[in-house]
Write a protein that binds this ligand. Structure first.
Ligand code: HEM
Length: 421
């Protein structure tokens, strides 16, 4: 019996209205054997660890030309690492790995963000209620700019945080959120292009060894330095997704509200790590990734013509009952004894980050989330009545209220245990 479903109608509208449920529903209906159309392109969708290894093999799927213009003009920028293949990609990726796979560099970032958290949280008792999502974005932006070697006046940090959030928030939607995202990207690319131009003209000095300095001095696979505007895109590719960890911090606040008994356990770094992994698995963030078939391919009994958009269902895989027991239960315990398998847990893509497009920022994400979740759990606060629903139709989603916390108290013990952690 042939099960293949060809759904000839363009699915873009369904994607926009179903959000995170779109691909999981489609794969369930077609039992994983589907050809459809998205944004005018022939597309198919895969899921599971084997599919990860298939898709992240460059002989099968390439990225060049796969990114729609609205995503480049908001989330990712043009000319950056996301759209490269082959030797050009590996050379650029090495730059990111040199910054993000170096434990000392990650620890420096976590320290900067932790210090920014402690400075800011000390002001919360005097100004609560506060919105956890907004505060986390600003705190992380302050720490990330200090770490990256990007000079920002204290008064400018809020605007940087808002622009980084806007680029992420508006990439997958038409309308005002999308136009805000385009304006934010233009503004921040102009800002950082000027920084690189000034550094190259000797008007400013980037702190030696800082991420900004490493981007400025990077040479591509043909021995050429990055043009200033591409350097700006790549520096934003370090700052923007770091600020995006604020989404996970808001989700951590949501999880701690639903399961207050987990608070104490977060003082144990091993448990905090399991908690961070479960936040990344359980809560919806990146729905899927994709590229174009490099030639005519066969995946199991599915024939995929050259040029087809091949999507990997990240959200569906992180909730696949074949991989996870009780996938819709939030349970950090599942990661206490054993860390997640490389190609099982895929909130930030799969495969090997050195050779493929998997996110190079997973260590940063997990370490920041561990540190900030433990700090949050160490505070005393209440949640006033608010809308904590997480709409699955909205990409990217978050608790509608942003997680409002009130009557914040910073216990003396929490101040001494979190400082410098
Ligand atoms: C907030 C949590 C994060 C999420 C949900 C996330 C998600 C992702 C996803 C889904 C991809 C695409 C993988 C693919 O195309 O196969 C990606 C790529 C990437 N991420 Fe992240 N990411 C996060 C944090 C970070 C951080 C903290 C950084 C850097 C500080 C970072 C830098 C990058 C870069 C540079 C790429 C492009 C890699 C390439 O094309 O080779 N991300 N991320």
């Amino acid at each position: 019996m042939t099960r293949r479903r060809f759904t000839p109608l363009d699915n873009t509208l369904v994607l926009l209205t179903r959000g995170y449920a779109w691909l999981p529903d489609l794969l369930r209906r077609t039992r994983g054997d589907v050809m459809t159309r998205v944004m005018g392109n022939r597309a198919t969708a895969l899921r599971g660890p084997e599919a990860v290894r298939f898709l992240y093999d460059e002989r099968h799927v390439l990225r060049h030309g796969a990114l729609p213009e609205p995503i480049q003009a908001t989330l990712l920028g043009k000319g950056g690492v996301h759209s490269l293949d082959g030797a050009a990609h590996r050379a650029r990726k090495a730059l990111f790995m040199s910054v993000l796979a170096d434990p000392e560099s990650v620890a420096r970032l976590v320290r900067h963000v932790g210090d920014a958290w402690d400075e800011t949280v000390a002001t919360w008792p005097g100004r609560s209620p506060v919105v956890l999502f907004d505060e986390a974005a600003e705190i992380i932006a302050r720490g990330a700019c200090r770490w990256a070697g990007v000079p920002v006046a204290e008064a400018g940090v809020k605007a940087v945080a808002e622009d980084m959030v806007a680029m992420v928030d508006g990439f997958a939607t038409p309308g005002p959120r999308h136009w805000r995202a385009r304006r934010a990207r233009k503004r921040r690319e102009r800002w950082l292009t000027r920084l690189f131009d000034d550094a190259r003209a000797g008007k400013v000095t980037l702190p030696a060894g800082s991420p900004a300095d490493l981007v400025e001095r990077h040479h591509d696979n043909e021995g050429q330095p990055l043009p200033s505007h591409v350097a700006a895109v790549e520096l934003i590719n370090l700052i923007r997704p770091t600020v995006a960890v604020a989404w996970f911090v808001a989700f951590a606040g949501h999880a701690l509200h639903r399961r207050p008994h987990l608070r104490q356990a977060l003082a144990d770094p091993g448990y905090a790590e399991a908690f961070a992994q479960e936040v990344r698995r359980f809560y919806p963030f990146a729905p899927f990734i994709g590229g174009r078939a490099a030639g005519d391919l066969t995946w199991r009994d599915l024939r995929i013509p050259e040029g087809t958009l091949v999507l990997l269902d990240l959200y569906g895989q992180n909730h696949d009952a074949g991989l996870w027991e009780d996938p819709y239960t939030f349970d950090p315990g599942r990661f206490v004894e054993s860390p997640p398998g490389r190609d099982d847990l895929v909130p930030q893509g799969g495969g090997d980050p050195h050779t493929g497009h998997r996110c190079p920022g997973e260590a940063v994400t997990v370490e920041l989330l561990k540190s900030l979740s433990a700090r949050l759990a160490g505070l005393e606060y209440t949640l006033p009545p608010q809308d904590l629903t997480i709409p699955l139709r909205r990409i990217p989603t978050r608790p509608r209220s942003g997680v409002v916390i009130d009557a914040v108290r910073v216990p003396a013990q929490s101040r001494s245990t979190t400082t410098g952690a």
